[in-house]
Write a protein that binds this ligand. Structure first.
Ligand code: CP3
Length: 344
């Protein structure tokens, strides 16, 4: 597929580009009044996720309004537990909630996995097809999934948590069962991402949002091998791995052909030195920086571009917060779009 703006894909393919591409994690939904207008007409978030035409509309809004160089499909990482047999709800002002959780081997053995589970998610593939049609080749569309560890943690906890201590304890108490479940989530995620690619996404991002609460040893055993399996299974389509807080494993995370998403707590110069000049990095402005003023945002964004150098996709270090002033988001995007790499 040809895109009018293919800067994002050229960067992922390590081609020389005139400036870094820019998009924001969680740009679809959350910040735009146009999103809230659609959202309030429906019974809730899950209905929006499951209505392809509206999901497509919400996906395209930030491309129209902000002029970002890529779209990300409006959906959620929690559709995977749902497809495997654990439906979720989204409780206003509280977040995700699972009426049923995983406690025992019997619970794990009741789940469906792999292709059979991925087949439950036609509404996502339909939303992707509708989005690709609506984008009409303007920019590429990103597909995504949660990393196996992050998905497992929701399946065990049943909701968000400050410590994720139940999920971490499960790894220590039931390592064999944990690996079995991680394996099942991985098989499902691979089938799901491949189906998304068939439906039209041009790159995929894997969110390991809770990587940072694992000890380095737990991360090596229960997270990294499954990320690697996913990255290796998705041949021919660029993969961005975003393992928030996994500072101890940057080298290993960048050891495949994938791009590496980095959070805002990392020192950019150190990361660049650690992974080398050829690895494509994505990130990492502190999302809270967008609450400051225009001039500061311009300066800090330019610092970020200079510190990370070429092979960079400009983004925040985590998702944009819902109450971020829209004008400041635009200043961030436009600062990147006005930037040029020096050509000496
Ligand atoms: O990037 C995008 O804009 C695409 C859409 C997207 C959503 N969720 C929509 C959403 C993506 C990529 C996600 C990923 C996701 N979902 C993650 C990983 C990324 C991260 O931030 O670390 C996680 C951990 C979830 C689970 C989840 N879904 C939570 C914790 C919540 C509630 C709090 C919140 O707003 O993030 C959701 C709901 C959710 N997912 C909303 C949106 C737009 C808010 C729903 C609403 O009230 O309209």
């Amino acid at each position: 597929m040809q895109y009018q703006n293919d800067l994002f894909l050229r960067t992922l393919n390590k081609e020389a580009v005139e400036r870094p591409p820019v998009w924001l994690m969680r740009q679809a939904g959350r910040i735009l009044p146009q999103y809230r207008a659609i959202r309030t007409k429906l019974s809730g978030f899950v209905e929006l996720v499951q209505t392809p035409q509206l999901a497509a509309e919400v996906t395209i809004q930030p491309v129209d309004e902000l002029g970002v160089d890529a779209a990300i499909i409006f959906s959620d990482i929690l559709v995977i537990p749902e497809a495997m047999g654990l439906p979720y709800e989204l409780i206003e002002k509280k977040g995700p909630f699972f009426p049923n959780t995983i406690k025992t081997a019997t619970d794990v053995n009741k789940l469906i996995e792999g292709q059979n589970a991925a087949e439950q998610l036609d509404y996502v593939y339909d939303a992707i097809e509708a989005t690709v049609k609506g984008l009409d080749g303007r920019v590429p569309l990103i597909g995504f999934a949660g990393a196996p560890w992050t998905i497992l943690s929701y399946m065990i906890e049943g909701q968000g948590s400050k410590t994720f201590s139940k999920a971490k304890a499960f790894l220590y108490k039931e390592p064999v069962l944990a690996h079995q479940l991680l394996e099942m989530i991985t098989n499902t995620t691979i089938a799901y991402l491949k189906a998304k690619i068939r439906a039209g996404v041009a790159a995929v991002q894997v969110f390991d949002s809770w990587a940072g609460i694992l000890s380095p040893a737990q991360f090596q055993s229960f997270a990294l091998p499954y990320l690697r399996r996913i990255e290796q299974a998705i041949e021919g389509t660029p993969v961005i791995l975003f393992a928030r807080g996994a500072h101890h494993s940057l080298k290993e995370l960048a050891n495949g052909n994938n791009a590496l998403g980095i959070d805002w707590t990392l020192n950019r110069t150190n990361v660049r030195q650690t992974v080398g000049s050829e690895v494509v990095l994505q990130g990492n402005l502190d999302p809270c920086f967008l609450y400051s003023n225009e001039e500061s945002i311009r300066i800090e964004t330019t610092n970020m571009l200079n510190e990370l150098g070429p092979r960079h996709i400009a983004n925040l270090g985590h998702g944009v917060y819902p109450d971020t002033p829209l004008q400041n988001v635009k200043t961030f995007v436009n600062t990147v779009k006005d930037f040029r790499y020096s050509t000496n």
